[in-house]
Design a protein around this ligand. Structure first.
Ligand code: WTA
Length: 681
């Protein structure tokens, strides 16, 4: 594997930051934890599982028939009981579970654990009335409002796996996911507030329903109140059903391996994969990482994962991890600059947030806006600040540490993936001396390595494949409906070893530096999008002959999508017609996938560079997109093609950076733009 020039700069970073002394003295994770887990990995996970409330204790910690695992075999529990009921039963019902902050200023709502329990029970009863039973899949397409958490926990309570689709995805993306998992009930809202305008959601669901004849009911939360189309019999209001239902609900206990949720994520081929997570192991993983990495102290902490619930980060660290710990969280509906570029800092000051978790792309956006905004507020309550979703460059790390963390908060750069369920590589805030840009060490009980092509660990300082060599409790169990794809994608390159798709290296101290994807998956502001997916969307336009998509590095979003498109000869691409065509293609991508996948730049070219065997040379296109010297062109069938494209690129208008705010039904967070980058970690 080759390491690009920007990444090799990263690898020469040698500053170190000791854990804050007061944090170290009182941290939930003390240094012995690494030895304890190394000496008896399964014993360690067993101790972590004991923090949960089980109805029946497990007989065996792990059953491993590679690549299939079962965790806490024979144990039974209910995830929603673990997230709400048991805190109420322990006398903590009066504690706030969520301080919700709507985008319009002053539009706030606090929900205590006792209230959350009542709402989850009501929703469970209402969903039962709509015919939802154990094992049924329920699709959720919702904004950042408390009802989204209630909906997820109600599904968990019934043993009906939820399948949340990020509300920035298009109706087409929604319908393909609904069809793939066979959901018959959809939960949504009329809309949400984003940058002062209503992002309608219900119309997108209505369009999706045209291709989902099996959906029986759409349950709709009224959030923004505008008129919506209504299909009597199919559509029901949340306030007419859930809010009128009984607050009594006796939960059933499920097997530890009962499916908890499905989350679709982009892979190297066109169709997204339905990653399946189950109950006992997942909950053990997210609750223990929350407690030990974010050092959660439920009596005193106010936790804020500033991500969207529609991504795995939201599932694990807005919903299941914090709630399993009974901690108080903040949840924010809108854009990071709604009401001023200091909105986040105002929220942190107001609620006394102690732990913040966000993405590098957002941090870089704040850097661009300037340090005067955080300076307007007292952020001294922050004691731990986390990062996730992409490699964090040392400049952003240092800026975050000093401007947000006041040079005293511990920075935790956490590496993990949708498939992993929870964090796998991270510092522990009271133990680890951190290096800006390094994710540092496998979490206790996690066996991560960097392998060379031969399936053996590479030497210190060498790059390789980031792999996990032993199963872990939060791992995906399969790809929904396609176990063969599960085996092939993750477990076939090195049999019995999990292939992450990321590159990494260990430095001289053995600390991990994650270098980013090695496959065709792009990481746009922390959103995973495959090049193939975007190519398919573009070639669905009948005027297109061929398309090649590459990820080019971008100072704010990490990676930006650049598409090279050949148009059929019969189509006029001169002047205005060409400009219109490019706009049309960008819209097509937004419609088919979502605004987050809209290319930053589309270059119309008469030809694409190909090898003699006809393979498109994406590597060269990436060089072109990044205005770099072209790499080796000797395998090209016709090397003049790439020179011509490079010339076109040089003459192309400056970036067609998108500044719309995504008010269409399909777009909540248009994260291809810097201003919107805060939507996701
Ligand atoms: C990238 C998000 C470097 C990585 C939780 C991974 C990171 C993909 C980090 C998963 C990090 C995530 N440093 N890269 N700290 N965290 N990534 O599934 O490429 O949305 O494969 O899960 O994000 O993205 P996903």
């Amino acid at each position: 594997m080759t390491i690009s020039p920007e990444l090799s700069v990263l690898l020469h970073e040698n500053r170190q930051f000791d854990p804050p002394a007061d944090l170290a003295a009182n941290a939930n994770a003390q240094p012995e934890i690494y030895e304890r887990a190394a000496a008896d990995r399964l014993g360690f996970w067993s101790e972590q599982a004991e923090f949960l409330t089980w109805d029946r204790h497990w007989d065996e910690v792990l059953e491993w028939e590679a690549p299939h695992s079962k965790w806490f075999v024979g144990g039974t529990l209910n995830a929603s009981v673990n997230c709400v009921d048991r805190h109420v039963d322990a006398g903590n019902g009066g504690r706030v579970a969520f301080h919700w902050v709507g985008e319009p200023e002053g539009d706030t709502r606090a929900t205590t654990y006792a209230q959350l329990k009542d709402q989850v029970c009501q929703a469970a009863n209402a969903l039962t009335d709509l015919g939802v039973k154990k094992g049924d899949r329920v699709a959720i397409y919702m904004p950042m409002i408390p009802e989204t958490v209630v909906a997820m926990l109600a599904c968990a309570r019934l043993g009906a796996p939820h399948m949340v689709v990020f509300a920035g995805y298009s109706s087409e993306a929604l319908s393909t996911r609904i069809i793939d998992c066979g959901a018959q009930v959809v939960i949504t809202a009329d809309g949400s507030w984003r940058k002062g305008v209503i992002n309608e959601l219900k119309p997108a669901v209505d369009v999706a329903m045209d291709s989902c004849p099996d959906v029986r009911h759409v349950l709709v939360v009224k959030r923004t109140g505008q008129e919506v189309d209504w299909r009597t019999g199919r559509d029901v209001w949340w306030h007419d059903t859930v809010e009128k239902a009984s607050t009594d609900h006796t939960p059933e206990m499920f097997d530890s391996e009962h499916p908890l949720y499905i989350m679709y994520t982009s892979g190297t081929t066109g169709t997204p994969k339905g990653v399946l997570h189950t109950t006992g192991g997942y909950l053990t993983h997210v609750s223990s990482t929350s407690r030990l990495i974010f050092d959660m102290k439920p009596e005193t902490d106010v936790f804020w994962t500033a991500a969207d619930i529609g991504w795995v980060t939201g599932h694990s660290y807005i919903v299941y991890g914090p709630l399993a710990n009974g901690v108080t969280s903040v949840m924010y509906e809108g854009a990071p600059d709604a009401g001023g570029k200091d909105r986040w800092w105002k929220i942190i000051e107001h609620y006394g947030v102690t732990i913040l978790y966000t993405a590098p792309t957002t941090i870089r956006t704040f850097m661009k806006w300037g340090e005067e905004y955080p300076k307007m507020h007292d952020l001294s309550s922050l004691r731990i600040i986390g990062s996730v979703g992409e490699p964090i460059n040392p400049e952003a790390w240092i800026w975050y540490h000093s401007n947000i963390g006041g040079n005293t908060a511990a920075v935790v750069d956490t590496w993990w993936q949708t498939e992993n369920g929870g964090i796998l590589i991270t510092p522990l805030p009271g133990i680890t001396a951190t290096k800006p840009g390094a994710a540092m060490k496998p979490f206790p009980g996690i066996s991560a390595e960097v392998f060379g092509n031969d399936g053996k660990p590479v030497g210190r300082g060498e790059g390789g494949f980031l792999v996990v060599t032993e199963p872990w409790p939060g791992m995906l169990r399969t790809v929904w409906g396609d176990d063969e794809r599960y085996q092939r994608t993750y477990w076939s390159k090195f049999p019995g070893v999990y292939l992450s798709g990321d590159g990494a290296k260990k430095d001289d101290d053995g600390d991990f530096w994650v270098l980013g994807r090695l496959d065709d998956v792009m990481n746009i502001s922390g959103h995973r999008i495959s090049t193939t997916e975007v190519e398919h969307a573009i070639v669905s336009d009948l005027k297109v002959a061929e398309a090649a998509v590459v990820g080019a590095s971008d100072p704010i979003t990490g990676t930006a999508i650049v598409a090279f498109v050949t148009i059929k000869a019969s189509v006029d691409t001169e002047g205005e017609a060409g400009v219109r065509l490019v706009a049309e293609l960008r819209d097509t991508v937004a419609e088919r996938i979502g605004k987050l996948a809209r290319p930053r730049q589309i270059l119309l070219t008469p030809e694409l560079p190909k090898t003699r065997s006809g393979k498109i040379m994406r590597r060269l296109l990436r060089d072109v997109a990044e205005h770099r010297e072209l790499g080796d062109v000797t395998t090209l069938a016709d090397s003049t093609v790439v020179d011509m494209i490079a010339e076109l690129m040089a003459d192309a208008p400056a970036e067609a950076e998108d500044t719309t705010n995504g008010s269409a039904a399909s777009g909540v967070a248009d994260s291809t733009t810097a201003e919107e980058a805060g939507g996701h970690a």
